[in-house]
Design a binder for this molecule. Structure first.
Ligand code: 5AD
Ligand code: SF4
Length: 509
């Protein structure tokens, strides 16, 4: 059971959504592409890169997989249930393929590396398997399948950032867009499969990010979310090349895993890993560059890491009105021993210090988090420390999960997954109940205030209401009026709230 309070970066309602757009002008090859995505915003953003690569070859998208020539599923491995969902879906595609034998079925994304041989050879569920760094190869791989072969490319890269590919925007409202600023992850949190599925961390060239955001703004977009597994460690050097002597082991991050395994549990931690040299473009610098495109363009970003979020980043957020005062700062556990087992490289005091810095530098900033319950050997007292940390911070939102052991991770190699499911679940329920209280309290405090809202469209429940988000990322609903339309900012006086939504009326300009 995963429980979460939805926001834009991990939108549960979008899981498995088919992504469609109009045909590329003048390039129709007569073939239809169906693509659906699971997992985080990064994966949805990757699907836009894939669609861009394939529409450029003349593919047209469809929302009906039964009539598609190429069916792609962009997968997530983060927890076991995410994988199970994809497997069930692949079985449905196999049934459709019986009626439409020319159909090419492909698996993209995080499950590709781990399950390639299972999907391709053992279960024969798919024709093509493509990892997150090999999307440029998709047109060739599809051709190979057309020639009767099965095709696979799961090579990870230390350089690929797709910087030059301008993603098509799928299912877009024309107002919010995600922009990838980096790929991969070097953190080696012991529970997490991402370093193995998405490879080593690399940052995208900053000017290509600014160009993409400027282009979005010129096309009417009013909010960009800068995406990366660990945006605070964004760093561009003019010499940002990987070493030619890198082995595939290094590209896959297996050298990092060996290092952590060899170090036992005695990592020194508590020093930001993030070091800057003269001339580097840091995340704080990048934020400023994007903020300067226009004061009318809102900037969000996700995800921050407590070990790397510097005061410089906080001052950049403070300096620009258009950088939203909202930070997603996953804590995972409130107990220092568990954090150490998780290899998070910070402890409870360090996290509290970062919260204090945010509150000091940007007092109005909203903070959200991720929490895992029932990690290996977590005691009842340690779980209580997570709850007391929640009381300390009063997060605005949280994504809350039961620990799910992932094959190949540091935790799977080193620790027993020894907390019974019933205990994990009960702890999760306690965390969720507390979060609901805190979210509601946070919203109640906003009743009577005026919030600047970027209108995104009609509310989910009624075409008589508009819905948008406040600077601090809370959904705000208010009556439709001729004075405003989606894509505009409006000041809304908050009159009441539910547990997750603010409700109010627009102030006349
Ligand atoms: N089990 C449970 N939750 C996990 N997450 C990552 N890996 C696991 C796992 N093995 C959660 C973390 C992370 C979020 C994206 O997913 O909280 O921050
Ligand atoms: Fe995203 Fe992580 Fe899932 Fe991959 S495993 S799709 S990076 S959430």
């Amino acid at each position: 059971m995963d429980l979460l309070i939805p926001d834009k970066t991990h939108d549960e309602s979008r899981q498995g959504e088919a992504l469609i757009l109009g045909p590329a002008t003048g390039k129709n090859n007569g073939r239809k592409l169906y693509i659906e995505s699971y997992g985080c915003a990064m994966n949805f953003s990757d699907s836009e890169i894939v669609a861009s690569i394939l529409t450029d070859k003349g593919f047209e998208t469809t929302s009906d997989f039964t009539i598609a020539d190429v069916v792609l599923i962009n997968t997530c491995s983060i927890r076991e249930n995410a994988e199970q969902r994809v497997r069930n879906r692949l079985k449905e595609f196999t049934v459709a393929k019986v009626k439409n034998p020319g159909m090419v079925v492909g698996v993209l994304g995080c499950m590709a590396e781990r399950l390639k041989s299972k999907f391709l050879e053992e279960e024969k569920l798919v024709d093509v398997v493509v990892g997150p760094d090999a999307y440029r190869d998709l047109p060739n791989l599809i051709e190979r399948v057309d020639d009767g072969q099965r095709a696979v490319n799961v090579l990870l890269s230390r350089e690929e950032t797709y910087a030059d590919i301008s993603p098509v925007r799928l299912n877009s409202n024309g107002i919010n867009a995600f922009v990838s600023i980096m790929r991969g992850c070097d953190n080696m949190c012991s529970f997490c499969v991402v370093p193995f599925t998405r490879g080593r961390e690399r940052s995208r060239e900053p000017q290509s990010i600014v160009t993409e955001c400027t282009d979005l703004f010129n096309r009417g977009y009013r909010e960009v979310t800068l995406l990366g597994q660990n945006v605070d460690s964004y760093k561009w050097k003019t010499t940002n090349k990987s070493s030619e002597t890198d082995t595939q082991k290094q590209v896959l991050g297996m050298d990092l895993l060996d290092k952590v395994l060899a170090s036992g549990e005695d990592f020194s931690g508590l020093q930001p890993h993030y070091t800057v040299e003269a001339g580097d473009v840091t995340f704080a610098n990048l934020l400023e560059m994007v903020a300067q495109i226009s004061p009318e363009l809102r900037i969000r970003f996700s995800t921050s890491h407590p070990k790397d979020i510097t005061d410089d980043v906080l001052y950049a957020i403070k300096k620009y009105d258009n950088i939203c005062k909202y930070i997603h700062l996953p804590i995972q556990s409130g107990n220092s021993r568990v954090l150490k087992l998780m290899n998070r490289t910070y402890n409870r005091e360090w996290y509290m210090d970062r919260i204090a810095a945010i509150n000091r530098i940007i007092p109005e900033c909203a903070i959200s988090t991720d929490i895992i319950t029932g990690f290996c050997s977590e005691t009842e007292e340690e779980h209580q420390e997570t709850l007391s940390m929640m009381d300390h911070v009063h997060f605005y939102f949280a994504y809350m999960f039961m620990y799910s052991e992932r094959p190949g991770t540091l935790a799977a190699k080193r620790y027993a997954d020894d907390i019974p499911d019933a205990v994990k679940k009960r702890r999760l329920q306690e965390v969720v109940a507390k979060q609901q209280e805190h979210s509601h309290e946070r919203l109640k405090k906003l009743v009577g205030t005026t919030q600047k809202v970027l209108i995104e469209g009609f509310s989910k429940k009624s075409n008589n209401d508009y819905s948008g988000r406040s600077d601090q990322n809370t959904v705000v609903v208010f009556p439709v009026s001729d004075n405003y339309k989606p894509g505009q900012y409006v000041n809304v006086l908050i009159e009441r709230c539910t547990t997750a939504t603010l409700i109010g009326s627009p102030q006349t300009p």
